[in-house]
Each structure stands twice: as structure tokens, then as C-alpha cells.
Write a protein that binds this ligand. Structure first.
Ligand code: FAD
Length: 403
């Protein structure tokens, strides 16, 4: 419920971050127009892990039960050695140690299902207007508002303030921050979800366990987990290419995928032919920046803090952003003040996760003696050893309102 006069906020981008931001802003009592460049709202056909910080955010946005309807709550998060096939370490995601520490579930979902739940909630909210086929090219602002220009023949849009949730290659960020292009990690991902019934032999046992399986190997890894009530099985194969060239797409190819995973254990080699090859995804991030807010324009989600996926937190952080944005817009009368409060609450935490995601990728991809030492160190940890990950899965509390 709004404690300030209603504003008109434009949100650029209808991904998970943009839809969540639109919903949070409308729930804070403001009017929202969301513009998306694609002809229709959609997400890619792969899975997403939602740690308890994300399910808390979904609860605060009023969509957790809709998401839980199709999501799976995996019992374990297991790290396996991709070469030997042996278990390195595992966390128990349903036991008392988990539930004592985290009030919300660890979920895995199909991206389309999460996106659809957010989209349905936006469509149902009378204060949200959604437009597809609107590509923002520029944003002009003065002290009273922001005017958006579009590549298509639509009239421009004027709003009191703008949330730029236009993703990794954000055009608005490029105009405002000036830190060049995203950083390519030389790693690529091949990913997609297939009917679980297609998993056979050893793979069907892993699929039936409903665990999140992370097979860590030298400069590569494979992640597997069920989504959509267990009907689909998501697989993501990630590896470093030796043939990276910045100006071409001729690196990180299917042939390199086969080569890099060639020496892996039987279970991983069995899974490889069923990893989706429709499209390859070069993996990018950026170094953290402080400048998320530029007057009446604020960055959110990947536009603000693109990160490597090794902590599975990019979308989780975008959801946390949305909740913090809604809270600030419900409290501050001036949108620029609300944006500053939002960024102050979120910046340091997102930066820490961005930085640690790179480190976690390095640990996951160790080879030789490094991998042996990692396995020895992690083997001593029990299934309730949440101390190291707990800060990632626990968002900063909302500020206490002044009396
Ligand atoms: P996007 O999803 O990129 O959305 C941006 C939207 O803006 C798009 O719809 C786009 O069409 C639109 N747009 C762009 N430019 C314009 C414009 N000029 N005008 C209008 N619209 C525009 N995160 C997790 O939390 N858990 C995971 O398990 C996880 N796994 C991952 C695995 C891989 C392999 C990868 C690559 C990422 C993973 N992530 C994960 C990260 C997560 O996918 C992203 O952080 C998240 O999707 C970002 O959402 P977003 O809304 O900020 O950006």
C-alpha cells in the first residue's frame, strides 16, 4: 500500500527481472507501463535454480504458490567428480538443518513456468500495462520525468521514472554507465530440458532422485535437475573453449563440447547426447559498478549486475532487486530518492555475489592436483554444512521504517 502519491513508472524489459519489478512497483501502489522489444513475452526453454532468497522474494511478490505449483523442491544438492563419477559433497535441502536456517524452500523450475507466473500476476494487476514489440533506443530525462524513444513507429512514452531491466546487453546501461561491453569468460553453455522419460539407465536413477547434480570436471561441468513436476529434466553442459576469438561465433562449438567431455565418467558421457544443441550460450559477466542510479533511471537485474551462473543467482538477485525496489517506492515520495534507497540496499550484496560467482566457477573447474585438494577439503563437510553458502541464500533485511 502506497504511503506516497502514485507515480507512473516505466519498466524496460519483460524478462524475469522486469516482470518482477513491474509487479513489485504496482503492489507498492504505483502505475506501471512495461515495454518489451520481443514480439511476445517468453523465456528460453531451460531450467532455473531458485535458492531460498529467491523463494522468499517470490513470496513477497505474491507468486510463490503459483511457482510451487510446477516447481520441484529437490532433496539434495550434490557435487560429483565428472571424471571419477564419485560423490564429492552434498547438501540436504529438506532436513531440519536446512529448515531451521532457511524459512523458504530451495526450488528448481522451468524458466517458462516462473516467467508465466510473473506475467500472469502482472496481467491480473490493474495498475500494470504491458506492451510487446517496443524496443527502447534512447531515454531523455529532466527534473520531472523520463521520455523513452522506440525503434518501431510507436509514439514515445513519458513516465515519472524508468527501471532499466533490459538484460546483459542493456542499451540503457551502455548509455549511462560507460563500462564498455560485457566480459566474455571464454566458457559456453549448451542447455535445455527434455522429457524425463527419455533418461535411461544410470541417468534415470539420477533423475528419479530429484537431486540437483553438479558434475565438476577440468574446465567443464554438467548440471542436471528435474523441472515441471518432474516431467522434464534440465541439463546444462558448460566448458571453456580453447578457440575463443572475440569477433566470431566460431568457438565453443559442439565438436569442442564432445572433446572436452570426452574423458568424463560413464554417467556424464551417457548424458551428453541428450544435452540440447539448439543453441550455444557464451557466458558473460561484468565487474561490479556503483552507478545503478542516474537521476530518474535505475538499473535492475542483469542490466545492473550481470554475473556468471556458477552460484545460480542471477535471476535470484533480480528478484531481490524487485522486492527492494517495491519497498523503496512504497516509502519515498521522490522516485530519485526511492531509486537511491533501492540501490543502497542492494549494491554491495549483488557485487559480492558477482565477484564470488567467478571464484566458485574457478573452484568447480579445477584440474589435476587442484581438483584432488578440492575434493579432499569438501569431503569433510557434512550434508548440513550451510555456513559457507548461507550468506548467499539470505537477503539483507528490509530497512526498519523511521518511527
Ligand atoms: P533478461 O532475462 O535478459 O531480460 C531482459 C529483457 O529485456 C528481455 O526480454 C529482452 O528482450 C528485453 N530487452 C532488451 N533490450 C531491450 C530494449 N532496448 N527495449 C525493450 N526491451 C528490451 N540465475 C539463477 O538465479 N539461477 C540459475 O540457476 C541460473 N542459471 C543460469 C544458467 C545459465 C547458463 C545462464 C546463462 C544464466 C543463468 N542464470 C541463473 C542467470 C539468469 O538467467 C539471469 O540472471 C536472469 O535471467 C536475468 O534476468 P533479467 O530480466 O535481468 O534479464
Amino acid at each position: 500500500p502506497v504511503t506516497t502519491s502514485p507515480l507512473h513508472i516505466a519498466v524496460v524489459g519483460g524478462g524475469i527481472g522486469g516482470l518482477a519489478a513491474a509487479l513489485a512497483t504496482a503492489r507498492a501502489g504505483h502505475r506501471v507501463t512495461l515495454v518489451e522489444r520481443a514480439a511476445r513475452f517468453a523465456e528460453i526453454g531451460a531450467g532455473l535454480q531458485l535458492a531460498p532468497n529467491a523463494s522468499l522474494a517470490l513470496d513477497e511478490l505474491g507468486v510463490l504458490s503459483a511457482v510451487r505449483h510446477t516447481a520441484v523442491a529437490p532433496p539434495r544438492l550434490v557435487m560429483m567428480d565428472a571424471l571419477t563419477g564419485e560423490e564429492i559433497t552434498a547438501l540436504d535441502l529438506r532436513g531440519a538443518a536446512y529448515t531451521d536456517r532457511f524459512a523458504h524452500p530451495y526450488l528448481v523450475t522451468h524458466r517458462t513456468d516462473l516467467h508465466a507466473a510473473l506475467l500472469a500476476a502482472c496481467r491480473e494487476h490493474p495498475a500494470v500495462t504491458l506492451h510487446t514489440g517496443h524496443t527502447v533506443t534512447e531515454a531523455d530525462q529532466d527534473g520531472s520525468g523520463v521520455h523513452l524513444h522506440f525503434a518501431e513507429a510507436h509514439a514515445g512514452l513519458t513516465a515519472d521514472a524508468v527501471v532499466a531491466a533490459d538484460g546483459l546487453h542493456s542499451r540503457l546501461r551502455r548509455a549511462l554507465v560507460g563500462d564498455g561491453e560485457p566480459v566474455c569468460s571464454r566458457y559456453v553453455a549448451f542447455r535445455g530440458a527434455l522429457p524425463t522419460a527419455r533418461m535411461t539407465g544410470r541417468m534415470s536413477q539420477h533423475a528419479a532422485s530429484e537431486a540437483v547434480m553438479v558434475w565438476a570436471g577440468p574446465r567443464m561441468h554438467l548440471v542436471q535437475y528435474p523441472v515441471r513436476r518432474g516431467e522434464l529434466y534440465n541439463q546444462v553442459a558448460v566448458f571453456e573453449s580453447d578457440r575463443y576469438t572475440p569477433d566470431s561465433d566460431d568457438w565453443g562449438t559442439e565438436a569442442e563440447l564432445e572433446e572436452r567431455f570426452g574423458g568424463s565418467c560413464d554417467a556424464v558421457r551417457d548424458a551428453l547426447p541428450l544435452v540440447s544443441r539448439d543453441r550455444r550460450w557464451p557466458l558473460f559477466d561484468r565487474a561490479p559498478v556503483d552507478s545503478w542510479v542516474h537521476g530518474r533511471i535505475a538499473l535492475l537485474g542483469d542490466a545492473a549486475h550481470p554475473m556468471l551462473q556458477y552460484l545460480a543467482q542471477g535471476a535470484c538477485q533480480a528478484l531481490e532487486d524487485a522486492v527492494a525496489l517495491g519497498e523503496a517506492l512504497g516509502r519515498c515520495a521522490d522516485p530519485a530518492d526511492a531509486f537511491t534507497a533501492y540501490a543502497d540496499r542492494r549494491r554491495a550484496r549483488a557485487a559480492r555475489i558477482q565477484t564470488n560467482a567467478r571464484r566458485f566457477g574457478e573452484i568447480c573447474h579445477l584440474e589435476g592436483m587442484g581438483a584432488t585438494l578440492r575434493n579432499m577439503l569438501l569431503a569433510s563437510r557434512g550434508p548440513e554444512a550451510f555456513d559457507d553458502i548461507s550468506w548467499v541464500w539470505t537477503p539483507a533485511p528490509a530497512p526498519v521504517p523511521a518511527p
